[in-house]
Structure formats: structure tokens, C-alpha cells
Design a binder for this molecule. Structure first.
Ligand code: MN
Length: 132
């Protein structure tokens, strides 16, 4: 079991909506990813501090309590210990300037809500295939 876990990619899910969190977590677990959860911007930063060496990807909702997603991305990207961890934004604001702000802050890509199950997992798999 330990070896199996070692080979899994670890994804930090930052999402304050419980049903979205459950959907994303269940999907990633089913497709053999290891997940860590954060339910607001501050706990995302706390989890990153603890697991920074293990996290392979951060999925980041933008509208979050305490510290919003853009701010969290800026903090991650300005810290030498964490700036290399890739961030993919998950946002309902497909047409909004939020995505643009997130891209400027250094996120690698974005996924729009509501989550399309097939498209979502394809994007994550492709991300790791391209960024090995
Ligand atoms: Mn949210």
C-alpha cells in the first residue's frame, strides 16, 4: 500500500463549496490521485506549508472565505519555497476578469464550473502527461 501511495500524484483541492469539494475529491480519488483538502484561502496556505514537498498540483477555487484565490496564488508564486507548484484555477466565472487575474498571478490553466466530469479528469491527466 505504501508504494502504491508513493506513486500517486498529490493534489491540493481548495474549494469552499462542500458538494463541489466532494465531487472533485471523489473523482480524483477514483482516478487514482491522492488528495488534500482546504476549505478556504488561509487553510490552503496552511496545507501548502505542511505538504509543500508532496503537492504536485493545486486546484484553486477563486471565491473563497478569508483569503480569496487570486491572493493565495500571488502568495504561493512569490514564495521561493512554493512558486514552482503548479496551480489550476476552478472558477464559475468563465467570462470574468477573474480568470485573467489568475493567469497574470501565475496559474497554469483553468477549469470552469459547473464541472464536466469527462473534461475535468481529461484535463488533469493531460496536465500531468505534459508536466512530468
Ligand atoms: Mn467558492
Amino acid at each position: 500500500m505504501k508504494n502504491e501511495n508513493k506513486n500517486k500524484k498529490t493534489i491540493l483541492i481548495t474549494e469552499d463549496n462542500p458538494s463541489n469539494m466532494k465531487l472533485i475529491k471523489d473523482l480524483l480519488t477514483f482516478y487514482n490521485y491522492r488528495t488534500i483538502e482546504a476549505h478556504d484561502g488561509q487553510s490552503a496556505l496552511d496545507q501548502i506549508k505542511i505538504f509543500q514537498k508532496e503537492i504536485d498540483l493545486i486546484l484553486m477555487d477563486l471565491q473563497l472565505p478569508k483569503i480569496d484565490g487570486i491572493e493565495v496564488i500571488k502568495i504561493i508564486k512569490s514564495d521561493i519555497a512554493t512558486f514552482k507548484i503548479p496551480v489550476i484555477v476552478i472558477s464559475a466565472h468563465a467570462m470574468d476578469t477573474d480568470i485573467e487575474k489568475a493567469m497574470k498571478a501565475g496559474c497554469a490553466d483553468y477549469i470552469t464550473k459547473p464541472i464536466n466530469i469527462t473534461g475535468f479528469i481529461k484535463k488533469i491527466d493531460e496536465f500531468f502527461a505534459e508536466n512530468n
